[in-house]
Design a binder for this molecule. Structure first.
Ligand code: ATP
Ligand code: TZP
Ligand code: MG
Ligand code: MG
Length: 268
């Protein structure tokens, strides 16, 4: 990509944007620690009485339906509308959409009431949002043919007038017209719960510092993938427990040089 995508990470560290997360109970602590390691400033707030105020204070709002119920969905809509009124970008993670009817119904409700800047999900979830079902197992994506992935992501982006970050072995970033593929990352990311959720919140930090949200999404996904590759090298023979810690450390240590030498971004 011709812009200096690797220069966004230093901006995140300089500006330390406040990212307001309404996320799931599985990943809360990992998400907060990941954002801190990266250099952003996390806050979790869920009460309907305060989410409008918190969203207004934040530089990005992340809505993640991993362990949703009606109360959480109400809070997400209040927070999302407040963010929209203030021009604060909203990221949406449709965890598990495509596996139950309730998730799809709630995701569509949120997307009909809140304008989101980026949807970040696995292939099954993005397919689920455009009505293609049977491509998920619980919160995990099932394998799909590569050719269909770009079309699925682009259709989703056009339908919801947003940027789609569809992640997996390869990541597809699209606004519906212009598409990028990022080939960074490591299979160890699939052995630690919440790595997709943390990525959605990391994208919140990147869109907070860059108005071009497609560039921010590409940069955030590539930076995250490079950190995972470096952490996996250090993990060696050890397993997911060590990788999780080394990955947080690597988010903290990641340099512009690491990114410019290891980033694998391709315009499609
Ligand atoms: P799932 O529940 O299907 O694992 P998720 O919400 O956890 O989905 P992922 O698609 O796993 O999200 O994406 C999280 C990170 O893991 C992204 O940076 C992505 O590039 C990376 N990733 C996922 N699978 C692989 C893989 N097989 N090889 C390399 N990187 C991967
Ligand atoms: N169940 C509900 S939310 C959740 C699980 C296991 C976490 C999913 O995290 P990720 O980032 O999608 O792997
Ligand atoms: Mg994963
Ligand atoms: Mg997920």
């Amino acid at each position: 990509m011709n812009q200096d995508w690797y220069k966004l990470l230093p901006r995140v560290r300089n500006e330390q944007p406040l990212v307001h997360n309404i996320t799931n109970v599985v990943v809360t602590s990992f998400t907060a620690n990941g954002l801190l390691a990266l250099g952003a400033s996390p806050v979790m707030a869920y009460a309907r009485e305060e989410v409008a105020d918190m969203a207004r204070l934040a530089r990005a709002v992340v809505l993640n339906i991993g362990t949703l119920d009606h109360t959480v969905v109400d809070a997400m809509i209040i927070a999302g509308k407040s963010a929209n009124q203030q021009g604060v970008p909203v990221i949406f993670d449709p965890v598990g959409v495509g596996s139950t009817a309730f998730r799809l119904e709630m995701a569509r409700k949120i997307l009909s009431e809140v304008k989101v800047s980026v949807i970040r999900g696995n292939a099954g979830e993005i397919a689920g949002l455009i009505g293609k079902t049977g491509m998920t197992r619980g919160v995990d994506a099932l394998e799909q043919e590569a050719g269909n992935l770009v079309e699925t992501a682009a259709t989703c982006a056009r339908q919801y007038r947003t940027i789609v970050a569809m992640t997996g072995k390869e990541d597809i970033l699209t606004d519906g017209v212009t598409h990028y593929m990022v080939q960074n990352g490591h299979p160890m990311l699939t052995k630690v719960t919440g790595t997709g959720c943390l990525l959605s919140s990391v994208l919140g930090a990147f869109v907070a510092v860059e108005e071009n949200h497609l560039l921010a999404a590409v940069s955030g996904v590539a930076s995250y993938g490079v950190a995972a590759e470096l952490a996996a090298r250090k993990t060696g023979e050890k397993g997911p427990g060590h990788f999780q810690i080394l990955f947080l450390d690597q988010l903290y240590r990641l340099s512009e040089e690491d990114l410019s030498s290891l980033g694998r971004i391709q315009k499609l």
